[in-house]
Design a protein around this ligand. Structure first.
Ligand SMILES: [Zn+2]
Length: 583
């Protein structure tokens, strides 16, 4: 409707009859494309107006100037800004000048061959559940032209499209007008559906789950509570949950490298073909055929990457939501993934998870959580892994618990009274959760992204957000229970010495299983000497999976714990034990 109000008409070719409703659909689609192009143009204009002296590193003042020049009051993810900066810098390197605006940096946006029926009314399209089998089938009735050049109203006929509903669509859900797309000669329908859910609250949360994104472990998280005191404290059971997707990320990485190689070969072939054409020669048919084959392969790889990323985003969203439900939490706190670059989490994760995939993660988890009335709140990422969650002293980061050399993975609190030592990600989720719970009243709804965000950190509030750990009470109150002897231990003495030339020497080996030489390929590594001494695997080992088969074999999560039967704050029973003063 915006285009109509602006007086931008849509022209229909001579002699072709197009109903006004179809014109409206085209306008709606064009409006969407133009809106997103306008936003990109505004961002690029702001970047060009405040172009820094060194594009690789903006000073504090240059960031301030850029934020002031941006649309929406500077609420643009810094990852987007850095990507756009690189785009402009690449243009500058090629042409030895800055681009005039966004049109020089990228080609014109396309509409992507789809029909958005959201702007259509009942005269043009109706969607109903099938009367014979309302739970499994639906019927879309749509007026469509019967010939490529419909000349009059009679050429537009209602067409009935009967399709199967996926099993996860609830029986009570209301189906909404779909979006139609054609891919490889098949009609695809994106059918949104509406169902009544609890409205997620932006504040007033007592129990939360928080997650941190990492490189080795994709997600690390846990549950945090606010106590019922006048001055509520943040308490955690300090039982972290993990989502490891090393195998999937490695696969995504291989596909990315493969796609880049194909892209380079396509570019080279195109140069060869065009150079011959420029000289007035016919291109080599063999090269043309090869180019076509490579382009088909590139499309296949692109689709595979899209599917893999979607599967990863959905699995991660499900993992986070399931843990939130199991913990009885009403909110999930996350960092803004798009800002991760600014935190120096490294280029590796940046290349592994593209901007789009990161956006998909947040979209999926928000969507999934919303169905259970759980809010998803994005927390500012500043310094979440820098400070100790228990006492807020600055951490010392080193390589591993037993390696004191400066590194990345492990964090130890230098405060002697605290002395907390843990993995970097494990500390970070506690800080994220504590920050979210103490800054609840600052939660705002970001209208462009549709997510709850906390935009700024109040120093004083952050200081009150120290996390106390509820640890299991391990004080001794009686004799230790007798432990059963493991069944595999040998009950008979070791065999006597045998001095034969071929037999193994006996009599000296400690009781235990007979060491066997590793037969399986995966055990032939030097650090895994045998079944009695298996080192901790440092690499992902798909269990029983063939290469490229089975997403679930390459992504591992901590199992979801059941619903807590009683509140841990009050509990003095075994399992969930009473609170202890950690600091
Ligand atoms: Zn500490």
């Amino acid at each position: 409707m915006a285009l109509r109000r602006l007086g931008w008409p849509v022209t229909v070719p001579q002699g072709v009859y197009v109903p006004d409703r179809v014109v409206r659909i085209a306008q709606e689609q064009a409006g969407r494309v133009l809106r997103s192009a306008w936003w990109r143009a505004e961002v690029t204009a702001a970047l060009l107006a405040t172009w820094p002296a060194d594009p690789a590193r903006r000073t504090e003042g240059e960031w301030e100037a850029l934020r002031a020049a941006l649309p929406d009051g500077g609420a643009v993810a810094s990852g987007v800004l850095l990507a756009r900066t690189r785009q402009i810098a690449a243009f500058q390197a090629r042409h030895s000048r800055l681009p005039a605006d966004v049109t020089e940096c990228e080609s014109a946006p396309g509409a992507g061959g789809q029909v958005v029926l959201a702007a259509a009314d009942r005269q043009l399209a109706t969607l109903q559940r099938c009367p014979e089998d309302p739970f499994r089938y639906a019927v879309l009735t749509l007026r469509m032209p019967l010939r490529p050049d419909p000349a009059c109203r009679a050429d537009w006929h209602p067409v009935r499209i009967r399709f199967r509903l996926p099993p996860h669509v609830p029986a009570a859900a209301v189906l909404r007008p779909p979006t139609l797309r054609v891919r490889e000669g098949r009609l695809l329908l994106d059918v949104p559906y509406a169902q009544a859910v609890l409205k997620p609250e932006r504040a007033g949360h007592r129990r939360a789950v928080a997650f941190d994104w990492g490189l080795n472990t994709l997600l690390t998280g846990g549950t945090l509570y606010l106590t019922d005191e006048a001055q509520p404290r943040v308490v955690t059971d300090a039982r972290p949950v993990y989502f490891r997707a090393t195998g999937v990320l490695a696969k995504a990485d291989r596909l990315r490298i493969h796609a880049e190689r194909i892209g380079a070969r396509i570019d080279r072939l195109r140069t060869l073909i065009t150079s011959r054409q420029e000289r007035g020669m016919r291109p080599d048919p063999w090269l043309v055929a090869k180019l076509a084959a490579l382009e088909a392969e590139r499309d296949r790889v692109a689709r595979r990457r899209t599917r893999l990323n979607a599967a990863l985003a959905k699995a991660a969203a499900r993992f986070m939501t399931d843990h939130a439900i199991a913990a009885g939490a009403s909110v999930i706190y996350l960092e803004d993934l798009r800002d991760m670059q600014a935190r120096g989490k490294g280029r590796t994760l940046n290349t592994r998870l593209s901007q789009t995939v990161r956006g998909a993660f947040v979209t999926h988890v928000r969507h999934r959580a919303a169905a259970h009335g759980i809010a998803v709140v994005i927390v500012p990422p500043q310094g979440t892994s820098k400070h100790c969650p228990r006492c807020l002293t600055e951490f010392r980061h080193h390589k591993a618990p037993n390696r004191r050399a400066a590194g990345w993975a492990w964090a130890t609190c230098p405060n002697i009274a605290c002395g907390y030592s843990t993995g970097r990600d494990n500390a970070a989720w506690q800080r994220i959760g504590a920050r979210g719970l103490t800054h609840q009243h600052q939660t705002r709804l970001d209208r462009t992204a549709g997510v709850f965000v906390i935009r700024s950190v109040v120093e004083a509030l952050d200081r009150t957000g120290t996390v106390q750990h509820q640890t299991r009470d391990r004080t001794k109150s009686g004799p230790t229970n007798k432990r059963p002897v493991p069944g595999k231990r040998r009950r008979v003495p070791a065999p006597p010495g045998n001095r034969g030339p071929t037999a193994r020497r006996g009599g000296k080996r400690p009781a235990g299983r007979t060491p066997t030489h590793p037969r399986h390929r995966s055990r032939r590594w030097s650090r895994q000497q045998g079944p009695n001494a298996i080192g901790t695997p440092v690499r992902h080992q798909p269990d029983g999976a063939r290469l490229g088969a089975g997403f679930h074999r390459h992504a591992h999560t901590t199992p979801t714990r059941g619903w807590p039967s009683h509140s841990p704050e009050r509990s003095r029973t075994r399992g969930i034990a009473q609170e202890t003063q950690a600091d």
